[in-house]
Ligand binder design. Sequence first.
Ligand code: NAP
Length: 248
Amino acid sequence: MEFTVITGASSGIGYEAALAFSAKGKNLILVARRMDKLEELKEKILFEDNTLNIVLKSSDLSDRGQVYELYEDLKSYNIETWINNAGLGDSGLIINEDLLKIESMLRVNIDAVTILSTLFAKEYADKENTQLINVSSAMGYILALGNTIYSATKYYVSVYTEGLAKELQGHRLKAKVLAPAITETEFIAKANNLDSFDYSTGVKQYHTAKEMAQFLIKLYESDHIVGIVNEKNEFVLNDGIHPILQGL
Ligand code: NAP
């Protein structure tokens, strides 16, 4: 039995991605800290299709020990696709940043993504029909002032994943980047320490998390490396954006 792993499945893009992959008949391993939200999601998925196998894992990905434990814990499963979606932002000028929140962002957005991707790539590089999809951001391709540190974490995710995708040529595993622009989730409220945020009045254009999950499915079903929302708010697929210097 094969599984799709989705981190950050308790809300937003990860939650809708779980529904979209389950609608395609995929067994899922769903990861987040809020188990109550994951339980609710599992119930919803099984209501639609009770033949699926849905495994829930509680993990705080800002804790390096828990990141390694999570991977170890999942070693007994046969994984087809691993989606590193969990992430957080923090809005504000660098001189005003809350360093504790920044540390947590670096650990989730960079450390956990690197550790989980690298372990998965080492183990699955030559396994047929496998994919690793890392969720970056349009801000991983354009420096967003006022969100500089978040933008830098997503540059990291994009460069790491595009580089891995190129290094894996000749292997079976495909590495891909999803780069959403503004998407209606809990993200902006949390990044700005607000109780809630109204996307319909607060931003000019955005996608719903359901739409973003369908873009993720398009990327998954394609042979392309990057799926990005461009400046016209359109989702486009391509084979890499960051310039490459051939090393080694
Ligand atoms: P969201 O609704 O806030 O969801 C974030 C998810 O990440 C939640 O499921 C959360 O689960 C999980 N997460 C956060 N910290 C975690 C931790 N320490 N350990 C484990 N899980 C953790 O935001 P979203 O918009 O769906 O974000 C998903 C991805 O899209 C992120 O990587 C984000 O950077 C990226 N993105 C979002 C936008 C946007 O406008 N929304 C745009 C571009 C890129 P728990 O809190 O339950 O742990």
